[in-house]
Design a protein around this ligand. Structure first.
Ligand code: FAD
Length: 430
């Protein structure tokens, strides 16, 4: 599964221009680092970048389930998802739920989401994801080394668990896709599971271990390390919110309050907030958000050895540096609504049952996965402005695919033929 990437050829001196990257999530940071490796002068702009004592909580890259997931070839919209829509509307606390009052705004996205769930589309999407995932680790390696982030990596795979045979069988189509795309999996019985995760309540019938998965013990520390590496390499990080992108004949202007930055090229990597910025230069993208949550159990960091997920519950339990993080679930409800405490209460209840020694949960977080209806990211140029490149929409795989995205972005900005066919990821595909 782990395929190499061609070595990047740095630009000749004359072509070393200035690139501004909007957004210091993992996608923006990795894009900035790969652009810097290519030879560009890079400035990242973000209202709260991972520097100093910033909490970084506004970024989706802060609060995720920490998992590098090569098993992620399965799109969210699988065949038959249409029959789940009534349940998504009726059960606001389900693992995949739609917030009623957001339905009118969500309608175009939801239509495209359902259209992506045909068998043929799912095969096509899984094939595209498989190609991306096969190169994802090769793109992370150089950045992890450069940032000194090797110490954050734990290589113990990722475990999916099922309470009954019926639940396990319900995942047949997903496992079919994974098998066809060469995902490394071991089927585990109860004794195997007890052997590797003795602290779980014995609420499992079967499990699957994804051997090639790994995790970062703190996505926050990872982001800070990447930002530091960028600065050490001569990059700039500017604190501010880009309110408008202004294409000009000689470059791209980026308005930040009363200031303006002029760059030769801009990369928009503002996660779930990218739609507004793309619209400001006339590009309509069908980006929305799959809201996700986490609860931290500070006393429980040593109870598991790897990320563990019961797909039935829709969240991962991850042993990270500052405790056990239970992270996941999907709420289709836009960017404006506040955190729903009933959902975090449900996650707490779930953890209590699955991992009885976890103790009390403390920190609660809501974040915004930037999501396209077909579970594929956007990596490509603006239709009207070739000096603007888009990199967002990574949904459930932003940590996994951010480094590869950065590599591909640097090739696009330099006008090179990208190592991977990016046609399925075009910004205007909907
Ligand atoms: C609960 C949960 C669990 C997850 N688990 C995993 C996992 O285990 N593995 C995995 O691969 N992925 C996972 N993901 C997905 C992953 O976290 C996201 O796909 C990824 O973080 C998206 O990164 P990003 O850089 O695109 O966006 P973000 O991290 O959101 O960064 C965007 C940045 O843009 C900035 N910004 C916004 N607007 C502007 C503006 N106008 N001007 C300047 N800056 C701006 C923001 O401040 C922010 O810092 C999970 C997500 C959630 C919610």
């Amino acid at each position: 599964m782990n395929k190499p990437l061609p070595e990047l050829q740095p630009l000749p001196d004359a072509e070393r221009r200035h690139v501004a990257v909007v957004g210091a999530g993992l996608v923006g940071l990795c894009s900035a680092l790969w652009l810097q490796r290519m030879g560009y002068r890079v400035t990242i702009i973000d209202p709260a970048p991972p520097l100093g004592d910033a909490s970084y909580r506004q970024a989706c890259s802060y609060g995720n389930a920490c998992t590098f997931a090569p098993h992620g070839v399965v799109p969210v919209a699988m065949p038959g998802v249409i029959w789940r829509v009534p349940g998504m509307l009726l059960n606001p606390l389900g693992p995949l739920a739609i917030v009623w009052r957001y339905l009118p705004q969500l309608a175009p996205w939801l239509r495209a989401f359902l259209a992506s769930s045909t068998k043929a589309e799912v095969e096509r999407i899984a094939g595209t994801l498989a190609v991306l995932l096969s190169h994802a680790d090769a793109a992370w390696q150089p950045l992890v080394t450069q940032a000194g982030a090797e110490r954050l990596k734990r290589h113990d795979g990722c475990l999916y668990l099922y309470k009954t045979e019926a639940q396990f069988r319900a995942g047949d189509a997903e496992y079919g896709l994974r098998e066809r795309h060469g995902v490394a999996m071991d089927l585990l019985d109860q004794a195997d599971i007890r052997g590797i995760e003795p602290n779980l309540a014995p609420l499992y019938h079967k499990g699957v271990l994804f051997r090639d998965a790994y995790m970062f013990s703190s996505p926050r520390q990872l982001a800070f390390a990447l930002a530091q590496a960028l600065v050490t390499g001569g990059g700039d990080i500017v604190r501010g919110e880009v309110s408008a992108i202004e294409p000009r004949n000689d470059g791209i202007g980026l308005r930040i309050a009363a200031k303006k930055i002029l760059a030769d090229h801009a990369v928009v990597a503002a996660g779930a907030h990218s739609r507004k910025l793309a619209a400001s230069v006339g590009d309509r993208v069908l980006l929305d958000t799959e809201r996700g949550y986490h609860v931290l159990f500070p006393q429980a960091g040593n109870l598991l050895s790897r990320p563990v997920c019961y797909p039935e519950h829709g969240f991962y339990m991850v042993p990270m540096a500052d405790g056990l993080r239970a992270a996941g679930t999907v709420e289709l409800g836009g960017l404006a609504a506040p955190l729903n405490p009933k959902r975090t209460a449900m996650i707490r209840e779930g953890v209590k049952k699955l991992l009885p020694g976890a103790g009390e949960g403390s920190d609660e977080w809501l974040g915004f996965r930037p999501s396209m209806p077909d579970s594929l990211p956007v990596i490509g140029a603006s239709r009207r402005w070739p000096r603007i490149t888009y990199a967002f929409g990574h949904g459930h795989l932003g940590l996994t695919l951010s480094a590869l995205t950065g590599y591909l972005v640097s090739q696009l900005v330099a006008g090179r033929i990208p190592a991977i066919d990016l046609t399925p990821l075009r910004p205007d595909r909907f």
